[in-house]
Design a protein around this ligand. Structure first.
Ligand code: IMP
Length: 427
């Protein structure tokens, strides 16, 4: 009864979607456990390129059931749009295949407005959020005033709850932020229609997972964002508002740890970050630009250029500690081709003191007090995009991967060498 958890090891955008796509071949259920439409992954289906934000990446594997778990927050307009897009391409997105956990929370337009207002109010300390209402909706959830997807089962009653919450939000927008209120009637009417549309997808997520596990099925738990964006274990306050780490799969889906057979950490062969906050190995020079160009490092959700930098070993070790990786997938190795020399951060230093750990738990400010210590490692010039076996990689590329394995202490079982679905080396 194995569950496999796929989790980002850095600041998100590590290529989890492609790893999930690969593992979904042998899975029965693909279950998203955290975040909302702040996440994004690109899938190519029937010759069309789709950007999905909520529907799990497994949707293109027709044998899977796709669950949006209790830990997820859903923007119903976005979810309906994705279901429509997929249906138009002939993908089965009926209620037998797509399930929405009743305990997932619902994002309203006023959550998005509040997200923007809070960001503007933070001024220079803005987090650089995706403005999808993520912080405000999780805040309402923790404050026990939020709306749960299950309430959509009765669309009219749901509309009344939406009305009450929108009025509270509007008061905040007006009185605290000096902004215009959003149109209540319109939002309520839309919410009722969306609830009518989505109610057939509602399910008891935890029970579905339990049944699948009891039947010996493989449940693939898909995380969004990454370890350093985790609300508890990331570079607070420059984080998202959900549990991105492996433990988030348990709370976000509702099952116990004994079912977890594998925890697959996904890391890029370098590091990227979107939004504000500390990023010690960031490259603001032409090497950073080169990585951004070669890696197509622009946000799937907001189109923002991603900040790019060297691989950071203390981060990977920290992520392995927090998540209990059993293995690692290393993506985008091809992007480093032709860069000489390559550097990797091996430790951190301040006033002559050296540490090998990443001090994320002490928060963003503490992280900025430390300087990365680099080591140079040999690069390679060979085009590795057509490599499909370990032996096809040049010695320097193999050494790079082996160094990661040694540092993190787990095997690298998947290596990404290009954007195409088949451009991977499986070990
Ligand atoms: P929020 O999740 O929109 O509140 O944004 C909080 C922080 O998380 C910002 O720095 C965002 O750029 C970052 N973030 C949120 N979702 C993603 C993602 O899917 N990939 C990378 N960064 C993300």
């Amino acid at each position: 009864m194995p569950a496999i958890v796929v989790v980002g090891a850095q600041w998100g955008d590590e290529g989890k979607g492609r790893v999930v796509d690969d593992l979904a071949q042998d899975a029965h259920m693909v279950a998203r456990y955290n975040g909302g439409d702040n996440a994004g992954h690109t899938v190519v289906a029937m010759g069309h390129t789709l950007r999905l934000h909520l529907v799990p990446s497994g949707i293109l594997h027709p044998h899977t059931v796709c669950l949006i778990g209790a830990g997820v927050v859903i923007n119903p307009t976005q979810l309906v749009a994705e279901l429509d897009q997929l249906a138009a391409l002939g993908v089965d997105v009926g209620p037998e295949r797509v399930k929405l956990a009743a305990a997932a929370h619902v994002i309203l337009p006023t959550h998005r407005a509040l997200d923007g207002a809070r960001e503007a109010a933070r001024g220079r300390e803005a987090i650089g959020t995706t403005r999808r209402g993520i912080g405000p909706v999780y805040a309402d959830k923790a404050a026990r005033v939020g709306l749960r997807a299950g309430q959509m089962a009765d669309p009219e009653a749901f509309g009344e709850r939406v009305l009450a919450l929108v009025q509270v939000h509007n008061r905040l927008l007006q009185e605290h932020y000096g902004l215009e209120p959003l149109p209540v009637g319109e939002i309520v009417a839309e919410s009722v229609v969306l609830a009518q549309r989505l109610r057939s997808y509602l399910a008891d997520g935890s029970e579905l997972v339990a049944r699948a596990l009891a039947a010996g099925q493989v449940v693939l738990c898909e995380g969004a964002q990454g370890t350093l964006l985790d609300l508890d274990h990331g570079t607070y306050p420059y984080v998202t508002s959900s549990s991105c780490v492996a433990g988030g799969a348990l709370t976000g889906l509702g099952f116990g740890p004994q079912a977890v057979a594998r925890v697959v950490g996904v890391a890029k062969a370098y590091t990227t970050r979107v939004g504000a906050g500390p990023f010690p190995t960031e490259l603001t020079d032409e090497v950073g630009d080169r990585i951004r160009q070669a890696g197509g490092e622009y946000g799937t959700t907001t189109g923002r250029p991603r900040r790019c930098g060297w691989l950071d070993f203390p981060i990977l070790r920290y992520a392995a500690q927090v998540n209990g990786f059993t293995e690692l997938a290393l993506t985008k190795l091809d992007v480093l081709t032709g860069i000489h020399p390559l550097k990797v951060a091996v430790a951190y230093e301040r006033d002559g003191e050296r540490i090998s750990r990443f001090p994320a738990e002490w928060g963003a400010e503490e992280v900025t007090r430390w300087q990365p210590v680099y080591e140079e490692v040999p690069g390679w010039d060979e085009d590795i995009r057509s490599a499909r076996r370990w032996e096809d990689l040049p010695p320097a590329a193999r050494a790079y991967v082996e160094r990661v394995e040694e540092v993190v202490g787990v095997p690298v079982t998947l290596i990404g060498v290009g954007p195409e679905r088949e451009a991977v080396i499986l070990r």
